[in-house]
Design a protein around this ligand. Structure first.
Ligand code: FES
Length: 98
C-alpha cells in the first residue's frame, strides 16, 4: 500500500507531550476516516527543532512528503493538523516553523 503522507513526531523530550501528540493524531486520523490513505503517526527521535519541542511548549513533528515541520504542537492541535493539512492540503500556519 502506498500512503500519501507520513507523520513523525519527536518523542525525545523528557515530558510525555510527544507521545500524547502521537496518540491524539492516531485517534484523529481514524476518526476522520483517513487510516487507509495515511501512514499512522510514528514516534521518532530529535528533529533538531528542540526550542519548539520541550516541556511546556509541545512537540515538533514533520509531515512528508512536503517536509513541513510543525513546532509547539499539543495534543489539542491534532484535529487541525489532520483536517487542514492531511485532508485539505493546507498547512496550519500558526504551528508551521520556517
Ligand atoms: S527534542 Fe524534539 S526536536 Fe529536539
Amino acid at each position: 500500500m502506498k500512503y500519501e503522507h507520513h507523520l513523525f513526531v519527536c518523542t525525545n523530550q523528557k515530558s510525555e507531550v510527544g507521545r500524547d501528540v502521537v496518540k491524539a493524531l492516531k485517534k484523529e486520523i481514524k476518526k476522520q476516516g483517513l487510516s487507509k490513505k495515511l501512514n499512522r503517526a510514528l514516534p521518532t527521535g530529535c528533529l533538531d527543532e528542540c526550542k519548539h519541542c520541550k516541556k511546556g511548549c509541545g512537540a515538533a513533528l514533520i509531515v512528508y512528503p512536503e517536509g513541513a515541520i510543525y513546532g509547539d504542537v499539543q495534543p489539542d492541535d491534532a484535529p487541525a493538523i489532520v483536517r487542514e493539512h492531511l485532508l485539505h492540503g493546507r498547512v496550519v500556519s500558526k504551528l508551521l516553523l520556517d
